[in-house]
Design a protein around this ligand. Sequence first.
Ligand SMILES: Cc1ncc(COP(=O)(O)O)c(C=O)c1O
Length: 395
Amino acid sequence: MSDPGKRRRFQTRTVHPHRPALPEQLSSSVPIFQSSTFRFETNEEFARAIRFDGPGYVYSRGYGNPTVDAFQSAMADLEDSESAIGFASGMAAISSLLLTVSRAGSRIVAGTALYGGTVSMLQHVLPRFGVETTFVDPTDVDQVRDALPGADLFYCETIVNPTTTVPDLAVLAELCRDAGVLSAVDNTFASPYLCTPIGLGFDVVLHSATKYIGGHADLIGGVACTNEELFRKLRATVIDLGGSMQPLEAWLCLRGLSTLGLRLDHHCASAGRLAEALAVHPSVERVHYPGLVSHPQHEIAARQLRGFGGTLAFEVAGGLEAGSRVAEALELGWIGGSLGSVMTLVAHPASTTHRQVDPDARRSAGIADGLLRVAVGLEDPDDLIEDFTRALDKA
Ligand SMILES: Cc1ncc(COP(=O)(O)O)c(C=O)c1O
């Protein structure tokens, strides 16, 4: 036994400083447990915790962290799922799911238009491991039904980028259930405020928390909401691959969640007003926004979503040059990737992200030469309408 009265040396006291007991009073904000590892009193406690067979935190790479747990709990509650698991990014969530549910010889059925990183996983990464994907139009029920038998996973998005296509999730979930195929949906564009796909029958809901959940363009994060059984498998993947959410990001996401509904109400109202203003501008050929009655899935969107979303796309008359000019003439709409933030972000895929893509392939994916994607921010909608009208008048 060491002598309890003996004062340890300076260097030791810097590593093991005197720690007052943690306050029992609840803090208004969840504390950030910025700690990679946690201490146990006994080996037995450590051994049980690392097998998830007893209480305690072990290590913040996938084994658990109190701040990340708080975010996961909040997400499971908001998405009506049994469990949720945080990731270092939306792509970490997506790639971890794909790698967890597939093995050599697996087949995935996925929507034709998906986030580019997801397409890259399905088209380039997974085939190296013997996993193939059948791409289908998620609004074509017969095509989906025909592709499902024998597949291991069906994958789609709630609102498809950039044409804002809205697949009927309840119908798709039923097709998957009948075929015995696991169903997953990327709900990033809607957020749990606008849509909760578990209630419509989906097995897994994924998010890039970088977008509406974080809400301020100051973090990268992801989350998967699902049942307890798949949660355990995903947790094992996170431990192996290491793409876990970090405590500060979890804390920022929790803070973002507290204003999610308020922000989404504003995003949706402003996007709706901007869509209507753009639809009557003579230099605009077409507006893609689920809130417009002209949108092909307006009726599905009205039934499935609490609001029509904060992201729209429109096609500028005059093609590639005109589209690029309008984007550059905007003052409030910043040219940039991402969405779901306080500032309005505009992308002209034909001259940026899809510049290298063959123009015919690009057009057949719904990306017209003059198409601009607008992730509407939280500015006053009248200022946004003035800014877009001025840029269009000029172009
Ligand atoms: C719909 C969608 N899913 C997933 C991702 C990937 O998320 P992250 O950038 O957080 O990895 C993005 C990113 O833009 C996205 O738009």
